[in-house]
Design a protein around this ligand. Structure first.
Ligand code: ATP
Length: 561
């Protein structure tokens, strides 16, 4: 299929914000895709060449794209940068300069979706010496044979900012509408359920083409990441009991990070809730699990918490977050920041998925297969009660020993991957805190010149990111104190997509927790709200963009003030 056909789809999708219209546009495209037998190309609809469970990234910076546009268009990089500073969007720059070039030359070669997909896939495998030049060659090759519109979408895909508004849910509905128009609602629900198990649109698409039976057969497998089940927030115990039932399980809420522990064929793999594979970063966890959990294959759900090796006291999440992204000298860090695994659920065991089993049963099995070992692995502390007094006492005790709060769980509930369905609720002391993504930044001056020192943060609305304020505090000067300005600058620089004066726009990737005093209405930011006295408290290496706080939630917080 020609790439221009996909670009037409992108254009149509960008032209509407109506979900039903988007669904129909996608459904039409999916029917064509079916006839071509290239299910993997479905990833391109969301600006990717890989399933969601695969976190590999193209790793292409704005700088490299500027070079590629320059090479493909025959303009100097200075000229491209000048245009870029004027327009502020590299996709638009590519569109303009390459359309001009196309009109002045007579190229007739038609770019295919396959070619775009292949080049992007090749980029993913390039590593080591000379990799920048090789990537540049592959991007330039694509841009040399495009029209302006095609260049715009290739550029945006490469930079991870496609922005055509295809949310997961819209694409899931579109598969149902395309192939089961008569029963679209029922099939869409089915697809939603299995998508959370597979995290792979090509796989779900292939199954949907084969038939409903094939959709039903999609299952979880140890070794492949899935989205974790998530809690709903409550502000008081009564509400927790109302949601979870008269008698519930209540557990401590540990302040670490979520890890799904997988064992398959004797091999352990660890995944975060962002579906990142962090096995290499936690050799200590692998060892402990091997020794203290019995079973051929399994998936355990857990919270891994860091502690001080001397005092044995728990350390807050910011410290342990260093371990998630560490690539070198891992063993040194293992000693400096040891962790304890708190296991609280089991969702697969010895060749059987347990997601439809009641939590009560899963917990019982957990107690049979995990051998607690002090400061290495334990089963989450739990009581079962319907008594509010007992629950309150447990909550107070949890807080008094420094835990974040409690999790209240419905005893007869199944495990719903990726959902905040009300089978678990969390209760913790009220605090004003949002998880947001950085989409812009400003260079500092004086001692901090050259570093990005204040950040524009955004909440989510469907699949767009809306600014909600500028944060300049919370970061530190020294590594021992927490996240530093220089570490943040290092994370943001490769994500820069435009630069104007001392301001930059960055692709949405770095998720931060931000506390604030209150929320105000504000015309300055695209969300219509601004945070007063915001402060960054943590970089959430573990949180995916899909779990950012939404505009709806911000409004709710605002109304509740
Ligand atoms: P918060 O912002 O309140 O710290 P969070 O951002 O970590 O929460 P939430 O989805 O609001 O994320 O809270 C759920 C998280 O709590 C889970 O993802 C898990 O990592 C953690 N957790 C800690 N203890 C437990 C437990 N006993 N059972 C389930 N989850 C737990």
């Amino acid at each position: 299929m020609k790439y221009s056909e996909l670009c037409e789809v992108y254009e149509k999708l960008s032209a509407t914000t109506k979900r039903l219209e988007k669904t129909d546009i996608l459904a039409e495209f999916l029917k064509k895709l079916k006839s071509k037998g290239q299910s993997k190309h479905i990833y391109l609809l969301r600006g990717k060449v890989l399933p969601d469970y695969d976190p590999k990234e193209l790793g292409i910076s704005g700088k490299l794209v500027i070079k590629a546009i320059s090479r493909a268009s025959g303009n100097s990089t200075e000229k491209i940068i000048k245009e870029f500073n004027k327009i502020g969007d590299l996709g638009d720059v590519a569109e303009i300069v390459l359309e001009k070039k196309k009109q002045s030359t007579l190229f007739s070669k038609k770019l295919t979706i396959e070619k775009v997909f292949d080049n992007l896939t090749k980029i993913l495998t390039i590593e080591g010496k000379g990799s920048v030049d090789k990537k540049l060659a592959l991007v330039s090759e694509l841009l040399t044979s495009t029209t302006g519109t095609e260049a715009k979408y290739i550029t945006r895909t490469i930079l991870g900012i496609l922005r055509v508004g295809v949310a997961d849910s819209t694409l899931r509905d579109a598969i149902a509408v395309a192939f089961y128009p008569e029963e679209k609602k029922e099939v869409a629900e089915k697809i939603e359920r299995v998508y959370d198990l597979a995290n792979d649109f090509a796989l779900v698409f292939d199954a949907a083409i084969k038939g409903k039976e094939a959709i039903n057969k999609i299952q979880i497998h140890p070794g492949k990441p899935i989205h974790t089940m998530l809690p709903v927030k409550v502000t008081e115990l009564d509400e927790a009991f109302r949601i979870c039932g008269e008698e519930c399980a209540i557990e401590h809420k540990y302040d670490g990070f979520r890890v799904l522990i997988n064992k398959n064929d004797g091999e352990i793999k660890l995944f975060t809730r962002r579906l990142d594979d962090v096995t290499a970063q936690f050799p200590d966890v692998v060892k402990v699990v091997m020794k203290n959990v019995k079973g051929q294959n399994f998936i355990l759900d857990s919270e891994v918490v860091g502690f001080d090796p001397e005092t044995k006291k728990q350390k807050p999440f910011e410290f342990i977050s260093q371990r998630i992204k560490r690539k070198y000298h891992i063993n040194k860090l293992v000693k400096k920041l040891p962790v304890e695994i708190n296991v609280f659920d089991i969702i697969y065991y010895n060749n059987k998925s347990l997601i439809s089993e009641e939590f009560r049963k899963r917990r019982k099995l957990l107690e049979e297969v995990v051998h607690p070992n002090k400061l290495k692995i334990r089963i989450s502390k739990q009581i079962i009660t319907g008594n509010k007094e007992t629950a309150l006492k447990f909550y107070k005790k949890a807080l008094s020993i420094g835990e974040e709060g409690i999790m209240i769980k419905k005893l007869n509930a199944p495990y719903k991957p990726g959902r905040r369905v009300g089978y678990i609720v969390k209760l913790k002391p009220q605090e004003r805190d949002l998880d947001l993504v950085i989409i812009g930044a400003e260079y500092g001056t004086g001692k901090r010149a050259g570093g990005l020192t204040s950040y524009i943060v955004a909440c989510k609305n469907e699949d767009e990111y809306l600014e909600i304020g500028k944060v300049a505090s919370g970061l530190k000067e020294k590594e021992e104190q927490g996240i530093t300005y220089s570490a943040m600058t290092k994370m943001l620089k490769p994500l820069i997509i435009s630069e104007k004066g001392n301001r930059v726009k960055v692709g949405p990737k770095v998720v931060v927790s931000v506390t604030y005093q209150n929320i105000q209405k504000s015309p300055t930011y695209s969300s219509g709200f601004a945070l007063r006295f915001p402060r960054i408290t943590a970089v959430r290496e573990d949180k995916p963009l899909s779990e950012l706080n939404t505009l709806k939630e911000v409004k709710k917080e605002f109304d509740g003030q």
